[in-house]
Design a protein around this ligand. Structure first.
Ligand code: NAP
Length: 248
C-alpha cells in the first residue's frame, strides 16, 4: 500500500491554476494519467505541459462545468482518450461576493451552478467509469465557508455546504461498489481567488490560524493525493478540513 496511482486515470477540474493545478501535478507525480480541465482548453494547456515536461502523462481539456452539454462532450472525449476514469476531483469554483440584500440572482446562479451543479453533473457523467474502477474516488473541494457560513458569501457558502451534503449522499450511493466520496475543506489558501481579498481581510485570516500562515495549494493537494490513493480506501463520506487550525 502506498501513494502510487500508476495505471489510474484522474480528472481534475479547475486545474489551470491555484489548488487545481497543484492537485493535477501531485496526482501525475504519483503516476496517474491526468485529464487537466479548465473552462477553456488554452487555460489548461500550461498545466498539462508542466506535467508532461516532468515526465508525467496529461491531456488538456476545455469545459465550462456549469454547462450540461459541455460536460457530456468532456466525458465522451475523456473516455475516448483514456478508456477509464478512476479519480474525479471536482475543484473548479468561483466566488461572486456581496451582501445578501445586494446580491444579484445571476451572481447566486453563477456560483451555485459552477460549484455545486457542476459537481453533480460531473459525478453523473463519470459514474459508470467510477463504478467500474476497482479503486474509484470522488473528491470534492468544498470550503470551511461551507461549514461555518460567512457574511458576504451566502451564495458561496450555500454552494459549498451543498457540496458537502452532496458528497455524503454520493458516498452512500456508490460505497457498495468500493468507490469512496470525500470532501476537502480548505481554509485560507494563497491563490488568485484569495488575491481578491483586501490586505486587511488576508491578515485577519492568517491571524485566525493556529499555524500563523496562509495555506499553499500543495497543502491541499497532499491531502487529495492521500484520499486518491489506496491508503485512504476505508475513508468515505468525510470532510477533511485543511485550514492550519482556522476553524477550531
Ligand atoms: P482559482 O485560483 O480562482 O482557480 C479556479 C479554477 O477554477 C481555475 O482553474 C478556473 O479555470 C476554474 N474554473 C472556474 N470556473 C470554471 C468553470 N465554469 N468551468 C471550468 N473551470 C472553471 O481558485 P482556487 O483558490 O485555486 O480554488 C480552487 C477550489 O478551492 C475552488 O473550488 C474554491 O472554491 C476552493 N477553495 C479555495 C480556497 C482558497 O482559499 N483559495 C479556500 C477554500 C476553498 P479557468 O482557468 O478556466 O478560469
Amino acid at each position: 500500500m502506498n501513494l502510487s496511482l500508476n495505471d489510474r486515470v484522474a480528472v481534475v477540474t479547475g486545474a489551470s491554476r491555484g489548488i487545481g493545478r497543484a492537485i493535477a501535478i501531485a496526482l501525475a507525480g504519483s503516476g496517474a494519467t491526468v485529464a487537466v480541465v479548465a473552462s477553456k482548453i488554452g487555460n489548461a494547456e500550461a498545466t498539462a505541459a508542466a506535467i508532461t515536461e516532468a515526465g508525467g502523462k496529461a491531456i488538456a481539456f476545455g469545459c465550462d462545468v456549469s454547462s450540461p452539454s459541455e460536460i457530456t462532450a468532456l466525458a465522451d472525449a475523456i473516455v475516448a482518450a483514456f478508456g477509464r476514469v478512476d479519480v474525479l476531483v471536482n475543484n473548479a469554483g468561483v466566488t461572486r461576493d456581496g451582501l445578501l440584500m445586494r446580491m444579484s440572482e445571476s451572481d447566486w446562479d453563477t456560483v451555485v451552478d459552477t460549484n455545486l451543479k457542476g459537481a453533480f453533473l460531473l459525478v453523473k457523467a463519470f459514474s459508470r467509469q467510477l463504478l467500474r474502477s476497482p479503486c474509484g474516488r470522488v473528491i470534492n473541494i468544498a470550503s470551511v465557508i461551507g461549514q461555518n457560513g460567512n457574511a458576504g458569501q451566502a451564495n458561496y457558502a450555500a454552494s459549498k455546504g451543498g457540496l458537502i451534503a452532496f458528497t455524503k449522499s454520493v458516498s452512500k450511493e456508490i460505497g457498495s461498489r468500493g468507490v469512496t466520496a470525500n470532501a476537502v475543506a480548505p481554509g485560507f489558501i494563497a491563490t488568485d481567488m484569495t488575491d481578491l481579498l483586501t490586505p486587511e481581510q488576508r491578515d485577519a485570516m492568517v491571524k485566525g490560524t493556529s499555524l500563523g500562515r496562509a495555506g499553499t495549494p500543495n497543502d491541499v493537494a497532499n491531502v487529495v493525493l492521500w484520499l486518491a490513493s489506496d491508503l485512504a480506501s476505508y475513508v468515505t463520506g468525510q470532510v477533511i478540513t485543511v485550514d492550519g487550525g482556522l476553524r477550531i
